[in-house]
Design a protein around this ligand. Sequence first.
Ligand code: UGA
Length: 397
Amino acid sequence: MRLSVIGCGYVGLVTGACLAEAGHEVVCTDIDRERIAKLNGGGVPIYEQHLDQILMSARKAGRISYTADAGEAIRAGDAIFICVGTPPKDLKFRVASNPEFLREGTAVGDFFHPDRIVVGVEDASSAAELREIYRPILERSFQCPVHNGTCPPGQKVEFLVTTISSAELIKHAANSFLALKISYANVIADLCEKIGANVEEVTHAMGLDPRIGGKFLNAGLGYGGFCFPKDVQAFIHLSAKVGVDFDMLKATERVNKLRIDRFFEKIHQALWVVKGKHVAVLGLAFKPNTDDIRFAPALEVIKRLLEEGAVVSATDPEAMPRTKALFPQLNCHEDPYNALRDADAALICTEWDVFKSLDWGRAGNLMARRLVIDGRNICTPQGMRELGFEYYSFGRE
Ligand code: UGA
């Protein structure tokens, strides 16, 4: 089918690229002419695993094109995917709500292997058209760019047809529940610290109950990114507006904001005075495998460190340019060992694989003091102590 995608931001690009990869002909548009020029020149304005590869193959096959002329893009498609914040209300069109559940960093894989596809529609013909668009995904008749033809056997994808209001609520409800789950695990971590229990033992055992599930129970610095903080807030406002008490979401938000305070309690406990200390921040993106720093906990950590007079070095595989633009005084290093050289403390803010496999013996020899405050619980306390580190994390002794 011929499809138009409005908005070449994160969701628009992933959607456009994946729909083209699934065999459709896609025209993308955005009001940002520079972005369109970059895309037309073969550039990819965001970092997302596999995205550059599928954009290139779709371009080569002539299945994707970009234009700054929205009219041209809209006329080109039998169906239009609006991937920007505020969908225009235009009565000449049939409108459907098709929430995406893509996670940054694994968005391409998520698009091809969804748990469910939700379409909120006003009439049966829209549902039929959307089912046709997603047929390659539902029938698994696509060349998977992530697994190269060897996709793991998955469950049958549910294609759910709902009302538009339900579809819109599903997205908020799912994101808010996941955020609530993370905050719940974080409170358990605080409790574990007080009574000498281990949060990983507790959440692992909880998660084995299929009614609970083990995912999104990792304690630490809390959630960031453009989706959870914004969706939790939107859901709080929406509920209040219609007179429904959703206090537990306010608590979810409060717990999450307090994670940075809890992190700083540990920093102060270990460093005592931050002023003049050299602190190395490992990880800037709000989660691994993305260059997105929107609402990243690391940004708030850096802001407070600088306010308290620390000398801050930082490293991240993808997010340094964006962070440096916000904090020019930051000493950024591609090589984590260079960021750690002469540091009085290392703060782990994002759980990138490269930090999980760091040679801490080597790092310790470079640091001024063997001190790690782990905001993502990626190291083992005993292992770090055996290497002579003073080590702090969340909810573990
Ligand atoms: C989230 C949802 O997971 C997607 O399903 C949804 O489509 C997307 O929002 C959206 O609304 O567009 P995303 O924001 O990319 O995806 O990232 P997540 O993997 O959900 O992580 C969000 C934050 O929670 C990260 O900062 C992560 O570090 C944190 N997190 C996650 C924890 O602190 N603990 C956990 O156990 C899991």
